[in-house]
Ligand binder design. Structure first.
Ligand code: FES
Ligand code: FES
Length: 177
């Protein structure tokens, strides 16, 4: 079948691949580029397991053609960790045991990351609403929501400017550091 050559950027790297004209972005990522983090749960846009960011927008990779990725900036779950250092969300998912079989997990992580990039102080309701497009058959969702809220709290704490050092008054009434 007719092949399309696609130039794109994935997780910060310029990337080129060829795919069938009717091939989904999910299949291109998994089968041509070896990026198997995004999962195929349904293939119909219902489960969110294939979530990726395309030009900053949360997208179901099973609903987008690989050819449509031409010129796009794509982020997948593989781009979240910094070398061997997990992204805070990944660490919190482990800490809260927010995964069991793990099929849904990459999608939840990518979706949660995109939420926290827009809103660093979401309410529980906002987290649940944002993640409503991601289905999990194992965890019952509560641990996932806790993990996201806990990550947000830690990230806010980490980004708060540190209070300036208290100045000590010297004997002559001057202040010194
Ligand atoms: S595999 Fe894409 S939404 Fe389920
Ligand atoms: S951990 Fe199994 S589907 Fe979510």
């Amino acid at each position: 079948m007719f092949q399309v050559h696609v130039r794109t950027r994935i997780n910060g790297d310029d990337t080129e691949f060829s795919c069938e004209a009717d091939e989904t972005l999910l299949d291109a990522l998994r089968d041509r580029l070896g990026l198997t983090g995004a999962k195929e749960g349904c293939g119909t846009g219902d489960c969110g397991a294939c979530s990726v960011l395309v030009d900053g927008r949360l997208v179901c990779a099973c609903l987008m053609l690989g050819a449509e990725a031409e010129g796009c900036d794509i982020e997948t779950v593989e781009g979240m960790a910094d070398g061997s250092k997990l992204h805070p969300l990944q660490q919190k998912f482990l800490d809260h045991a927010a995964l069991q079989c793990g099929v849904c997990t990459p999608g939840f992580l990518v979706a949660a990351k995109s939420l926290l990039e827009r809103n660093d102080n979401p309410t529980e309701e906002e987290v649940r609403y944002w993640l409503a497009g991601n289905l999990c058959r194992c965890t019952g969702y509560d641990k996932i929501v806790r993990a996201v809220l806990d990550t947000a709290a830690d990230m806010r704490k980490a980004s708060k400017p540190k209070p300036a050092k208290a100045k000590k008054a010297s004997a002559k009434g001057r202040v010194s550091a």
